[in-house]
Design a protein around this ligand. Structure first.
Ligand code: FES
Ligand SMILES: [Fe+2]
Length: 245
């Protein structure tokens, strides 16, 4: 049953409609059983549901989806976590590139912020550019340049612009789950990693995407364990009036 999943074999047919025996929903064969479904958008990696009145904002026709590498040349993995904080705390964490090597020494080293928004006032100068080395295995590191931008109020995109995996993106979406006014706010972090590479070996890696995805998710899970602690603490400090943010 489309309502809460009752087995419809236990229902009965009345006047041409199949009536669910849990709450009496009558299914007459029409597409939505008289319900008004929410508008959805499947962007190929994430599925979006538009909750018009709940959001309290003017709805867009479509979500703002950042440019991603082509699906046939990339591997995508999605990690989701929920924390006690507001979306601004997640965004603040993502737009603080300085914490990377200090707070995640198991993943990053040799980090320097080479450009901050407004540094050059040129076109496209609205992001942080960061040179950083990813630790991949033991002492092996991969140096890259990554640029962080915020294409929407609750989305931060990190794009690798130089080095191994150039063109890969990590997009982080912070979605409020409960309103701030109702006790402690809850925010879902939905992070899509879309990895690509020019290397020949990557085509091979792509064919083992089912093996690669759990590794990508595990890496995101580890980072977000720490980053949610950062975001949650930021919210608590603000709640207690100890932090102006
Ligand atoms: S589960 Fe069928 S009506 Fe509720
Ligand atoms: Fe982080």
């Amino acid at each position: 049953c489309p309502h809460l999943g009752a087995p419809l074999r236990g229902g009965s047919v009345r006047c041409g409609s199949l009536v669910c025996h849990w709450h009496g929903l009558a299914l007459d064969g029409s597409p939505f059983a008289g319900w008004e479904p929410y508008p959805v958008h499947d962007d190929g990696v994430l599925v979006w549901v538009r909750l018009d009145a709940v959001g309290g904002e003017e709805p867009l026709d479509r979500p703002v989806v950042p440019e991603r590498p082509a699906p046939e040349g990339s591997v995508a993995a999605v990690h989701t976590a929920v924390g006690t904080c507001e979306p601004q705390d997640v965004v603040a964490n993502r737009l603080d590139p300085w914490h990377g090597a200090w707070f995640h020494p198991y993943s990053f080293t040799d980090l320097s912020v080479v450009r901050a928004p407004g540094d050059t006032a040129g076109p496209g100068d609205d992001g942080f550019a960061v040179d950083v080395s990813f630790k991949v295995w033991g002492r092996a590191v991969v140096p890259v340049r990554a640029v962080f931008t915020a294409p929407g109020p609750r989305t931060v995109v990190m794009r690798i612009t130089d080095g191994e995996g150039a063109g890969s993106v990590v997009e982080t979406h912070a979605t409020p789950v409960t309103p701030a006014l109702r006790g402690a706010p809850r925010t879902a972090v939905v992070e899509a990693v879309v990895a690509t590479s020019d290397r020949r070996g990557f085509a091979l890696a792509r064919s083992s995407a089912p093996l690669l995805r759990p590794l990508m998710r595990a890496a995101a899970r580890r980072l977000w364990r720490d980053d949610l602690a950062y975001a949650e603490r930021r919210w608590r400090l603000r709640r207690d009036g100890r932090f102006p943010g």
